[in-house]
Structure formats: structure tokens, C-alpha cells
Design a protein around this ligand. Structure first.
Ligand code: GLU
Length: 476
């Protein structure tokens, strides 16, 4: 039997979109308008490094401008190509719609292995790439706002912001041209861990619905659940850390580039991360069993599988052997369209990428708003909030004295209650609220429509509906 061809990443996203859009009554014209990628800009630029000119290829793809600015990260990887950035830009459109972040979808990428270059070289390359995008308004606070993605972080975002400032010297809102900046360079607290935190909040919300938990053939709470995580980068690390330290999950396997670590009683995520930083991989870590073929570990027994590395890792080849009853897509596109069919038939529940990893862009939105308002969240109201709480506590204490000190307020309560919320608390509260609301919107569709078999189709339906409404309100 001829092996079924695996579609490309973009085809895979389109296939899943088509499956969902077939359940709507949108006109074929609007359907097509939402599906297609509006534009992809390709740039090849030279940078003189190590005595010679090196040419790099970069992309910025704009999938949908139903809302502006458009938003999405910039990825540095050897896997970057037009198909990939277009797939990722489309996912950004749907992602922003699900979490009600008022942006269109975009994505950028540079075909580069960042580990091959020194920091000062990366700075020159990044500034040059940014220059090419800025002069075409493909980086601009009102039109297109990048963020970190695979292979980039706050360092690159700081270079981009500075480059923009040099070129747009009179733009008072220059800081809003990019998100994911360092906190002392116009960033916001809680952005670095936001995507991992969002994965945690998504799982917490999922486990608040026993019916949904039962659909995944699981029961109870997150406490004691066995988690396998693929990729201990920014997203996987934070998700695994928070789930194990705060929710009682056991991280029974960590899959990395050079192999996997396994431990039935649970791995210490922080210690493994430290080991990778010192040794460049997981091999040799003393408190776990090392398995060279990491991809096999995706197929291990567990309760929750968190692919947090890259696209296409669960595909036609291995989907049949995946045993996890619950998969949460912390990466973008880790499950191909074909694998999605197989897993659904097997009864697995998949919490889809466009919702599961939307914590990053949600906090990016908060950062952008902070940059445009030129003030830190909580700066104006915090002490006022504390003063009002103080008033209540004082009054209660006065009444209590009248009752002969009948009861006592615990010092812990008093301390917690009196503290007004700072930026980090507000960011977390906004992210938590967003992840709850996003899940509820998807599950409502999943649970009430007979023709919807899974959260991914439900997610697409919610997103398509919102994007369509936005186009329709423009008279399209
Ligand atoms: N690159 C991240 C993503 O795929 C973040 C995008 C953003 O914050 O704009 O969602």
C-alpha cells in the first residue's frame, strides 16, 4: 500500500480550517478571504561577517488584516520557509480571535541557525533584518508588531525596538513596535513565562469540567497526573515547571534534542533545565533514565502529553502509537491534519495550539497596551486599593473590639488582603481570565453541536465566526 503523503504545514492548517468551515454557512467568497494568506514578503540581505558577505533569507507573512496591527513572532531556525511562516501566520489570526486579542495574524522568520553566530553577529543580522521590515512598515506599532518565537527572545526584541527607534525618531509610541521586550526596556512582567503559564491555566480550566475530563478517559484533578513534555525551551520549561511545582503533576518524561529522560516518580524540571544549560543536552543527567531515541518517548503511557517543541512531530507515521489520552499543543502545529484524524478516532482529546499557546500573544497585547498608555499597570490605583482595604480591616477590628475581641484575623489573611495588585498580579489575572473565557467559548461549541467532534474544530468555528463578524462589520 502506498504511504499516505503528509501534507505540508500550511496545507495541514488549511485542511483543518476546511473541515471546520464546511460546518458554517459562510459564503464561499468570505470563506476563501479568511483562509488565504494576504501577503508574504521575502527579503534576502547581505551582512559582512567574519571577513565576507553572508546572505540571509527572511520572511514576514501577513495572513489577515481584519484587525490591525497584525501580530506574531519572528522565528530564527533552519526550518524556516515560506510555507511555514504562512501556516504560522494563519494560526496567529485564529489564535488572536479565540482569546479576543484585537489583532490580525502575522509571522516572521529568518533562515538561520542562531547557535552558529556570536552575540554581536546576531545583533548585526537582527538589526539588518529589522531595517528591511521597518522600512516597509512590516514592523510598526500601528500595523505590524512582532514578538519572540522559536530561536528568539527578549534580547532580539530589544535590538528590534532600538532599530525602530533609530528610524522613527519622532514616534512617541516606538516601544509598541514589538513585544516581548526586557522589562527594563519597555517590556511587561510575566511575558517571558506567559505561554507556559497559559498552558497551565488552560489545563486548570479543562479540569474544571468533569465531563471534558471524562471525555479524555481521565478523572479527578491535575494532582498526580503523569506528564510527558517534548521540548524544554521557554514554553515547555515554564509549563512543566508550573504544573509540577504548583499543581502536583509528575513530569515522567522530558524529550529534548539529544534524547529523552524518564522517571516514574517525576523529574525535577528546574534541575534538568540547569543540566541542559551546563551540558548542552539531557544525556548524563543523574536522576533519570536516558533514552537516545527521544521520539519513541512521545509514545509512552502518560496522562497528558505536551508537545512544546515544533510542528509536525505527531504525524501519520507515529499517531497510531501515541497513547496519551490528553494532548495539549503548546507548540504551533505539532499534530498534522492526518494525525489529528487518527487521534480523534482513537478517542484522544486534543487541546489545540491556537488556544493552548495563546498565553504569549495575550500578554503581548497587555505589553502593547502598556507601551501605548506609557504607564505601568497598577501604578495609579494600587495604593488607593490598599487604602480602601485598610479601611475595611480597621472597621472590622473596631467592631471586633466592641464584641470583646471575639474573633481573630489571621496575619496571613491580613497581609494578603491588604496588598494592592502590582503589574505581575494584574498580568496573571488578565491571562487567567482570558484562558478561562477562551476555553469556555470552545467547549460551548464542542458540547452543544453534534457535528463537532473535538476542541480543534470548535476552536476553528469560534475563530472563523469572530473573524467573519469583523469582516462583515466592514461591509465585506
Ligand atoms: N510567537 C508567539 C506565538 O506563536 C507569540 C506571538 C506574539 O506574542 O505576538 O504565539
Amino acid at each position: 500500500m502506498a504511504a499516505k503523503r503528509e501534507p505540508t504545514f500550511r496545507e495541514s492548517v488549511d485542511l483543518m480550517f476546511n473541515r471546520a468551515v464546511a460546518l458554517t454557512d459562510l459564503s464561499p467568497g468570505l470563506e476563501e478571504k479568511i483562509r488565504v494568506c494576504n501577503a508574504t514578503y521575502t527579503v534576502r540581505f547581505g551582512v559582512r561577517l567574519r571577513g565576507q558577505i553572508h546572505t540571509f533569507t527572511g520572511y514576514r507573512s501577513v495572513h489577515s488584516e481584519h484587525m490591525e496591527p497584525v501580530k506574531g513572532g519572528i522565528r530564527y531556525s533552519m526550518g524556516v520557509n515560506q510555507d511555514e511562516v504562512e501556516a504560522l501566520a494563519a494560526l496567529m489570526t485564529y489564535k488572536c480571535a479565540i482569546v479576543e486579542v484585537p489583532f490580525g495574524g502575522s509571522k516572521g522568520g529568518l533562515h538561520i541557525d542562531p547557535r552558529e553566530w556570536e552575540e554581536h553577529e546576531l545583533e548585526m543580522i537582527t538589526r539588518r533584518f529589522a531595517y528591511e521590515l521597518i522600512k516597509r512598515d512590516l514592523i510598526n506599532p500601528a500595523q505590524n508588531v512582532p514578538a519572540p518565537d522559536m530561536g528568539t527572545g527578549e534580547r532580539e526584541m530589544a535590538w528590534i525596538a532600538d532599530q525602530y527607534k533609530r528610524m522613527a525618531t519622532t514616534d512617541i509610541n516606538y516601544r509598541a513596535c514589538v513585544t516581548g521586550k526586557p522589562v527594563n526596556g519597555g517590556g511587561i512582567q510575566g511575558r517571558t513565562e506567559a505561554t507556559g503559564r497559559g498552558v497551565q491555566y488552560a489545563l486548570r480550566e479543562f479540569f474544571r469540567h468533569p465531563e471534558d475530563v471524562a471525555a479524555a478517559r481521565l478523572s479527578g484533578t491535575l494532582d498526580g497526573k503523569r506528564v510527558v513534555v517534548q521540548g524544554l525551551g521557554n514554553v515547555g520549561y515554564h509549563a512543566a515547571k508550573f504544573l509540577s511545582e504548583e499543581d502536583g503533576c509528575k513530569v515522567t518524561a522530558i524529550i529534548e534534542r539529544d534524547g529523552a529522560l524518564m522517571c516514574d516518580t517525576g523529574l525535577d524540571v528546574e534541575a534538568v533545565r540547569g543540566w541542559i544549560a551546563r551540558h548542552g543536552g539531557v544525556d548524563g543527567y543523574p536522576d533519570g533514565r536516558y533514552v537516545r531515541d527521544g521520539s519513541k518517548v512521545l509514545e509512552e503511557e502518560c496522562d497528558i502529553l505536551i508537545p512544546a517543541a515544533m510542528e509536525g512531530v505527531i504525524n501519520l507515521e507515529n499517531a497510531e502509537r501515541i497513547k496519551a489520552p490528553l494532548i495539549i499543543e503548546a507548540a504551533n502545529g505539532p499534530v498534522t491534519a492526518g494525525a489529528d484524524d487518527i487521534l480523534r478516532q482513537k478517542g484522544a482529546v486534543i487541546i489545540p495550539d491556537m488556544y493552548a499557546n495563546a498565553g504569549g500573544v495575550t500578554v503581548s497585547y497587555f505589553e502593547w497596551v502598556k507601551n501605548l498608555s506609557h504607564i505601568r499597570f497598577g501604578r495609579i490605583g494600587r495604593r488607593q486599593e490598599e487604602a480602601r482595604h485598610e479601611l475595611i480591616v480597621k472597621e472590622l477590628e473596631r467592631l471586633n473590639r466592641g464584641l470583646g475581641d471575639a474573633w481573630e484575623m489571621s496575619p496571613d489573611f491580613k497581609q494578603k488582603y491588604l496588598r494592592g495588585a502590582g503589574e505581575l498580579e494584574l498580568v496573571r489575572s488578565g491571562l487567567d481570565d482570558t484562558m478561562r473565557a477562551g476555553y469556555q467559548a470552545m467547549r460551548e461549541v464542542w458540547r452543544t453541536r453534534q457535528d463537532v467532534d473535538g476542541l480543534r474544530v470548535a476552536a476553528y468555528l469560534v475563530a472563523i465566526d469572530r473573524v467573519a463578524l469583523s469582516y462583515q462589520s466592514k461591509g465585506l
